[in-house]
Design a protein around this ligand. Structure first.
Ligand SMILES: O=c1ccn([C@@H]2O[C@H](COP(=O)(O)OP(=O)(O)O[C@H]3O[C@H](CO)[C@H](O)[C@H](O)[C@H]3O)[C@@H](O)[C@H]2O)c(=O)[nH]1
Length: 899
């Protein structure tokens, strides 16, 4: 019954797919005020735009495999299996797509689908696809591999982590995170993401602690915490003051062996048969609820990392607990003068003894393996003057070690009678709650009593015959006396949270004065690295100003929003020739390519571009439409040993192309033909071609994929489509490896001085209208879009430039031939939305004037960017507000208000 029901549902869905495609092709949905077919479907079905788009996408994919769709309606296979085949047909390599859509291919896949569940069949289909195009799998993996990156953005509010990994590495990392994440303890209310973060922290700690991790360095990598003597004393005084306040408000620091609710129950003892339990009393947050109020702390400069990042006191506690201290005396200019050293490390034998005893994190129910644990000083080394001895050490995983220091806990070991242990008569298992309680009325732990704002947890026993009992600690004079050893004039303490072996660390290299700026406010902050990047020797016949151009002469490296990913750093000997490199998009690409370490040479006729945009970059003035340009360009390619070309030089005004179509073909098609001829002559085989979304004309869907029909509606788009064909044909004929990037609506600026100099698209035209005191002019208000104005996909010019860098990597791979990719954000904005956003941003009292529609304007063009994201790992980062803000800045830079 259930099977039949499922079959019927699948059959109906398959029929719905066919109906959707028929509706789409019949075009009957138009004229109802819906901006797109998807929107129409979403409205009709009440699934909304997203739901409608998903149905249409699935239908379009299934439409490519009609036999498979038929097999669903015949009840041969479930729809799920059909969608797996359709995915291969839609997103595989060209060879895989061709095979999957062929009658034979569909029949083979149908045969494979029989008798397999969906998950197994998905893997089978993957293997089949790999078999059809064995290199496809490897190519995809290599593409993923080249595209992978991890960015850490350090902001004042925390560090953001962003990245992309190839599937294999992703799985490896997932396994490693899992390995470093123990089964959550009873009191562990961290969610999955938080546990992953802790696992990553733990892995980093382990790497930094390993003596084997010495990538070319003389000492293991270290995280240094830098603090002054005053900070050291003030931080401790602050904590002591808090603790004293706690005592004043009714419960002594050692009272933490206290019950809050329920009854504690020791858990089952493992190992030797002796039983142990551990209790923690956190005492709650002194600042919260009914807890005691404490006086405001006295301000003091925080400890910092080497780059000046402030370190919270609880983190300081963690590193002080299990660390190596190196005293570095630094003079007023931040130059290290003297190294002293005091170690507070557990020795190897001590560690082994602690590990043998505790085996895993000593926190209740936390089973983090010893290899992920720190050794915590039960009596803190810096706070309580605790000794570095086995009996004072306890294994704690990274997370719980931080908790102990964050909550200012003291943990004590104590033996508990077997009767109180789990499994014993009268014992009960602990509740999985951070607010469960320890043993009542002086159970095994003895002397437990309820206290205000007190949380306590009954902990799991360990194999040891002792238990750990965390409590709040008392201020101890020992902590004060310990400071004496650190109180050195002009001293900074560099604290390394690393169980590095006992061997003297060499002094850190004293910064050479010629490379480092003198210290300013912070010894580490004052250090600035300066590096000079020399360009290749340049031939003298170029109009490049001083020969031997120096990359990045004006724009400091990293001043762009997107720093290059390490994976994108190309070998310095690679030279990229960029035609039209002095133009708006070209100059951004010049800068980013240079940032990757590649050399760049620009060819431009400077009809719209300017040399100011490419400081220090060698250039050659060349009109690429002239027949003589072929030889001249080939010469340049040879003399610079160019390895790849990015071709921008072209005309790009839609309206102009409508008026001067032949000239557009001359400019764009002849220019490209000459570039290709020169490349063939010089044997340069890598090309990134600047195409346009204009090749789609008026798309039938808003979500335009690369396989959408190309049907340009203006000569400009036609020249780009012809260009794509020419590039594809060159790939077939003489082994050119090329990518055509179909730009959607590009706007914004990476630097204020790199704004779009031409007023020829919506954003710059609006800014000009604003500057002239005019009202925004909107071409057409009656399009079948939500607000009647055209919808476009606006992409930041820097994101677009990044896509070129990714494409250069892509075409560098020998297995590539020719491919096309959309470059957009996947999000549409209407002209009116742009006007409103810009008006808000600039304080413009804008009252749009709706004019007649402009010739050749399609209603709605929005990219599908799945392909470029999947293959190259590229994805646009900036949204409309950021794009417009950068465009506005650039506009102000170019049009300063003279008062
Ligand atoms: O003052 C203006 C200027 C433009 N528009 C409208 O804004 C939309 C965007 O126009 P643009 O000229 O900025 O961009 P296009 O979409 O016409 O063309 C752009 O996108 C294309 C791809 O779709 C090509 O890449 C092309 O080079 C690029 O200019 C159009 O509906 C246009 O009519 C206005 O309403 N008022």
């Amino acid at each position: 019954m259930l099977t039949e029901l499922n079959l019927t549902i699948d059959t109906l869905r398959a029929i719905r797919s066919s109906v959707l495609i028929a509706e789409r092709d019949a075009d009957t949905w138009r004229g109802n005020g819906d901006p797109s077919f998807e929107a129409w479907v979403g409205r009709k079905t009440r699934l909304g735009k997203r739901g409608g788009a998903a149905q249409v996408r699935q239908a379009a994919e299934l439409d490519t495999v009609p036999d498979v769709l038929g097999a669903v309606t015949d009840g041969r296979i479930p729809l799920e299996h059909a969608t797996i085949i359709a995915k291969v047909a839609a997103s595989g390599t060209p060879a895989q797509r061709e095979a999957a859509t062929s009658a034979d291919g569909q029949e083979t896949l149908l045969g494979l689908a029989a008798g397999q569940d969906a998950a197994t069949f998905a893997l089978t289909a993957d293997r089949w696809a790999a078999n059809v195009d064995p290199e496809g799998l490897e190519r995809d993996h290599q593409a993923q591999y080249r595209a992978r990156y991890v960015h850490l953005s350090h902001t004042p509010t925390g560090t953001h982590l962003k990245g992309f990994l190839d599937t294999i590495t992703g799985k490896k990392i997932a396994l490693a995170l899992e390995a470093a994440t123990p089964r959550p303890a009873a009191d562990d209310d961290r969610d999955f993401g938080q546990r992953n973060a802790d696992a990553l922290d733990s892995i980093a700690g382990r790497i930094l602690a390993s003596v084997d991790t010495k990538p070319g360095a003389h000492v293991p990598p270290q995280v240094s915490v830098i603090l002054t003597e005053e900070t050291w004393i003030a931080a401790q005084a602050d904590r002591d003051r808090r603790r004293a306040a706690m005592a004043t408000f009714g419960f002594a620091p050692d009272d933490t062996e206290t019950d809050a609710e329920g009854e504690g129950e020791g858990d089952q003892v493992t190992g030797s048969g002796t039983r142990a339990a551990t209790e923690i009393g956190t005492g709650g947050d002194a600042q919260c609820g009914g807890g005691p109020r404490i006086s405001a702390p006295i301000g003091y400069a925080p400890a910092t990392l080497e780059d000046g990042t402030p370190v919270p006191t609880s983190e300081l506690g963690v590193v002080m607990c299990d660390c190596e201290l190196t005293r570095i005396v630094i003079n007023a200019d931040g130059v290290p003068l003297d190294l002293g050293r005091t170690e507070r490390l557990f020795t190897g034998p001590q560690r082994r003894a602690v590990i043998a005893r505790d085996r895993e994190c000593a926190w209740p129910d936390c089973h983090a393996h010893a290899r992920w644990c720190h050794i915590h000083h039960l009596r803190w080394w810096e706070r309580d003057g605790g000794v570095t001895a086995v009996e004072n050490g306890a294994l704690l995983c990274n997370f719980h070690h931080h908790e102990v220091h964050r909550l200012d806990l003291t943990i004590t070991r104590h033996t508990i009678p077997p009767a109180a242990c789990p499994g014993s008569p009268g014992s009960r298992r602990s509740r999985a709650s951070g607010t469960s309680s320890p043993t009542p009325g002086g159970g095994p732990s003895g002397g437990l009593r309820p206290g205000p704002a007190r949380r306590s947890v009954r902990l799991n026993p360990r194999t040891s015959s002792t238990s750990l009992r965390p409590t709040r600690a008392a201020a101890t004079p020992a902590a004060v006396s310990r400071r004496a050893t650190l109180a050195l004039p002009d001293a900074r303490l560099a604290v390394t949270p690393s169980p590095v072996t006992r061997r003297p660390s060499p002094a850190p290299p004293v910064p050479s004065t010629e490379h480092r700026a003198p210290s300013t406010e912070h010894p580490a902050q004052g250090v600035r690295h300066c590096s000079v990047v020399r360009g290749p020797e340049q031939p003298h016949d170029l109009e490049s100003g001083p020969v031997g151009g120096v990359a990045n002469a004006v724009h400091p490296p990293g001043s762009f929003r997107h720093p290059m990913k390490p994976s994108e750093l190309g070998p310095p000997h690679m030279t990229v020739l960029i035609t039209g490199g002095a133009g708006y998009i070209g100059a951004h690409v010049v800068k980013l390519v240079q940032d990757t370490g590649r050399a760049v040479v620009v060819v431009d006729d400077f009809s719209t571009g300017s040399q100011d945009r490419i400081p220090g970059t060698p250039w050659r003035r060349l009109d690429l439409t002239e027949p003589s340009s072929v030889e001249e360009l080939a010469d340049t390619l040879r003399s610079f040993e160019v390895t790849s070309v990015v071709h921008f030089a072209a005309k790009k005004r839609v309206d102009e192309s409508m008026v001067r179509p032949a000239w557009y073909f001359q400019q764009n098609v002849t220019g490209l033909a000459n570039v290709l001829a020169a490349m063939e002559l010089a044997g340069v085989r890598e090309l990134v071609f600047s195409s346009s979304a204009a090749v789609y004309g008026t798309p039938t869907t808003t979500d335009v994929t690369e396989i959408a029909p190309t049907s340009p509606v203006n000569p400009y788009g036609e020249t780009k489509l012809v260009g794509e064909w020419m590039v594809r044909d060159a790939a077939r004929a003489w082994g050119l490896r090329a990518v055509s990037l179909r730009y959607f609506n590009v706007a914004g600026a990476g630097l204020p001085e790199l704004g779009d100099p031409l007023v020829m698209n919506l954003v710059t035209m609006l800014l000009q209208q604003k500057s002239l005191g005019q009202q925004p002019k909107v071409f057409g208000g009656d399009y079948p879009t939500p607000d009647g104005t055209c919808v476009r996909d606006f992409v930041h010019v820097l994101d677009l430039a990044q896509a070129h860098v990714a494409s250069l990597d892509y075409v560098a791979r020998p297995e590539r031939a020719f491919d096309t990719f959309n470059v957009g954000t996947g999000i549409g904005s209407s002209v009116l939305e742009v006007v409103t956003e810009l008006a808000n941003l600039t304080g413009w009292d804008a009252r749009p004037e709706i004019l007649a529609p402009r010739a050749g304007d399609p209603a709605s063009v929005v990219a599908s960017v799945d392909r470029i994201t999947g293959v190259m790992g590229w994805r646009a980062e900036a949204a409309l507000p950021e794009i417009l803000a950068s465009a506005w800045k650039a506009w102000q830079f170019d049009h300063p208000v003279v008062s």
